[in-house]
Design a binder for this molecule. Structure first.
Ligand SMILES: *Cc1c(COP(=O)(O)O)cnc(C)c1O
Length: 430
């Protein structure tokens, strides 16, 4: 494993310039398949006698560099990339779990993930108990005999709750189940879940890691720390019918889950990342450490400025001293709290809609983590499918506006917000 620090790994890990024709930039290997030397070579690759490229649904040299780089920045034994963050989550859970299994998850999750756990996976017999993650004891109380995973977001989107990962990881350890942490909003530059006991780390690479809003992608980083032989995961300790009798834990040791994700997850569910997108995401990852610092600084200043405005009912940013999660943020995110800020506008749902329609630099769209500033009113968009109760446990009130603060000049951003406030009906902005 690399001994370099994160900013160095973000630029270099996984890319051997002596291979790949001396290219300083990571090349795009835009190929679906790879020529075998002969039939014995091909047979040996399929049998894992040697590792090599077979077909881009399973792996690709550009994707491999991104995988090695993500493993290096998160501190894992391996990583697997997917077509989107959602493909990473669904493939990860479907590779890990089977009908009859149970998940304990934080109730404040990305809307798409909540729906997967709440509606779609139950159709396949995989159920979830959602808990208030502010109290780590709640995880212990929700554990059942068939529980096989804990799932949380290190910094919840859009609630921006900072979780006590160390305390929750202890509960996962006691329950002998893997602790899965979606680290999309915090990014590896600000928070390292594996240091705090996470066994698997998930990313939507679409967001801060890609960073420019050009390409969807997702990843799972495997810490290599989970004991798959603890009796709860026979799919790892018994011969796999899905891969000619391979016993994952014996053959692959700490990287057992990484290989299961490739050999069964990507092979059978097919959510592979395009090498072109991998290339784009690599460009983003290279500058992540500098960008996320500036996103965080801009978000903190804007949140502080919003707190003093008359039109604003409340501001939520874990870096604010007034924030419920300030102490946890100082512990887990001491060098910055990322670029998302939420606030409530006086006048509720209607005022929030009018304000959101009136910004010009902040683009109204459903994404986060772009260099450009973004805005959305979740109650009328990303979270409209949820009941009001579900919206509230996800931290989405009717008046909530989510900003993804970009890298523009802060004076321009403030002016944009001021102009938008001025366009909201005075009668409702009471
Ligand atoms: C966006 C997001 C996802 C889903 O990722 P996609 O790349 O959009 O599929 C998952 N988790 C979090 C926290 C996200 O913000």
């Amino acid at each position: 494993m690399s001994t370099h620090k994160l900013a160095t790994n973000a630029l270099h890990a996984g890319h051997d310039t002596k291979q790949n024709g001396g290219t300083r930039a990571v090349p795009i290997y835009q190929t679906s398949s790879y020529v075998f030397n002969d039939t014995d070579h091909a047979a040996n690759l399929f049998a894992l006698g040697e590792l090599g490229f077979i077909y881009t649904r399973l792996n690709n040299p550009t994707n491999q560099i991104l995988q090695d780089r993500l493993a290096a920045v998160e501190g894992g034994v391996g990583a697997v990339v997917f077509a989107s963050g959602t493909a990473a989550i669904s493939t990860g859970l479907l590779t890990l779990l089977k009908a009859g299994d149970h998940i304990v998850a934080s109730s404040s999750l990305y809307g798409g993930t909540f729906n997967l756990l709440n509606v779609t996976l139950p159709r396949l017999g995989i159920t979830t108990t959602f808990v208030d993650a502010d109290n780590p004891e709640n995880f212990k109380e929700a554990v059942q005999e068939n529980t096989r995973a804990f799932f949380v977001e290190s910094l919840g989107n859009p609630k921006l709750d900072v979780l006590d990962l160390k305390a929750i990881s202890k509960q996962a350890k006691a329950a002998k189940v893997p602790f899965i942490v979606d680290n999309t909003v915090a990014t590896p530059s600000l928070l390292n879940p594996i240091e705090h006991g996470a066994n698997l780390v998930i990313h939507s690479l679409t967001k801060y890691i890609g960073g420019q809003g050009t390409s969807l992608g997702g990843a799972i980083v495997d810490a290599g720390t989970f004991d798959w032989t603890n009796g709860k995961f026979p799919e790892f300790t018994e011969p796999s019918a899905g891969y000619h009798g391979l016993v994952y834990s014996e053959a692959l040791g700490a990287a057992a889950f990484t290989f299961k994700l490739i050999l069964e997850g990507l092979r059978d569910y097919g959510g592979a990342l395009s090498p072109f997108n991998a290339f784009q995401i690599i460009q983003g990852l290279e500058t992540l450490p500098v960008r996320i610092k500036q996103h965080s600084a801009n978000a903190l200043e804007l949140a502080t400025w919003l707190e003093a405005r008359d039109e604003v009912a409340w501001v939520n940013y874990p870096g604010l001293k007034s924030n419920k999660y300030y102490d946890l943020a100082q512990e887990y995110l001491p060098s910055g709290q990322s670029g998302l800020v939420t606030f409530g506008i006086k006048g509720g749902f209607e005022a929030a809609k009018q304000f959101t329609d009136a910004t010009e630099i902040f683009s109204l769209l459903a994404n986060i983590g772009d260099t450009k500033s973004l805005i959305i009113h979740p109650a009328s968009t990303t979270h409209q499918q949820l009941t009001v109760d579900q919206q509230l446990s996800a931290g989405v009130g009717q008046d909530l506006i989510r900003l993804s603060v970009g890298l523009e000049d802060l004076e321009d951003l403030k002016k944009d917000i001021e102009n938008a406030f001025a366009k909201v009906d005075k009668a409702i902005l009471a």
